[in-house]
Design a protein around this ligand. Structure first.
Ligand SMILES: Cc1cc2nc3c(=O)[nH]c(=O)nc-3n(C[C@H](O)[C@H](O)[C@H](O)COP(=O)(O)O)c2cc1C
Length: 230
């Protein structure tokens, strides 16, 4: 074969190879990362504490032992907040205006056994957690001491698109009422689990939005802590 023809063929093959490799790399880079989703243990519904005992014992506690809460306890708290209790209609542990469920719930896990430190979004369907960010983000949630020392925080946000067809103040009113219902469930469940915590309305919403990578339409509403009494 003509020597020049061989050189041209080799160069052409080389060019095609490089192009394919670059294209594959570009596709790999463009592909959205698969979310990390973890399944939670089913909630343990067997605690013997009566509702009246939980109401009697609930107190805001701001000091915690330097010990983790368990993944089972975290599962129970998230279930108490927004767990699905009627799968056919999707009804949950807390009531919701026109059953639209506008609350988005995040777990900030600093010391939860068998769960890497990070912020997670709770997925009621499937009772799962979706990783939002790795590491311990408590310090950027707020400056109150109990925010940075609690083994776990639950953060509520309101998805403002859910009640978009209503006046904004009506939607916000409903979302706040729902957060109150849900938070009380969590605080009573903490008593049932032998844990303590405090509800907190004072935090920097901009910092919370950034830290938890909330979307533009998610408005932070409330933060709850959970831990063992210190
Ligand atoms: C809407 C709301 C916001 C609150 N915000 C905070 C807060 O930012 N920091 C805090 O330490 N406690 C906060 N608390 C807890 C109250 O201080 C506490 O409920 C009150 O002192 C009564 O005590 P008790 O919860 O033990 O009954 C808040 C409570 C509510 C209902």
């Amino acid at each position: 074969m003509n020597q020049r023809l061989v050189i041209v063929l080799v160069l052409a093959l080389f060019t095609v190879g490089v192009c394919c490799a670059l294209r594959g790399h570009a596709q790999e880079a463009a592909a959205p990362a698969e979310p990390t989703v973890l399944s939670l243990p089913a909630p343990d519904l067997s605690h013997p504490t009566t509702l009246e005992q939980a109401l009697q014992e609930r107190r805001s506690v701001r000091q915690y032992a330097a010990a983790p809460i368990t993944l089972q306890q975290a599962s129970n708290l998230l279930w108490a907040a927004q767990g699905i209790t009627e799968p056919t209609k999707g009804f949950r542990t807390a009531p919701s205006a026109i059953a639209r469920y506008p609350l988005r719930l995040y777990l900030v896990a600093a010391q939860v056994s068998n769960l890497p430190a990070g912020a997670y979004r709770y997925l009621p369907q499937g009772h799962q957690l979706e990783l939002v960010t790795e590491g311990d983000p408590r310090a950027s949630i707020g400056s109150q001491p109990q925010m940075t020392t609690a083994p776990a925080l639950l953060v509520y946000a309101y998805d403002t698109t859910v009640f978009a067809r209503f006046p904004a103040d009506r939607g916000l009113q409903w979302a706040c009422l729902e957060a109150g219902h849900s938070a009380q469930n969590v605080l009573l469940e903490e008593v049932a689990l032998g844990l303590v915590g405090v509800p907190m309305g004072a935090f920097d919403p901009v910092q919370v939005k950034t830290t938890l990578k909330l979307t533009e339409v998610e408005m932070p509403l409330y933060v709850l802590s959970a831990g063992q009494r210190g």
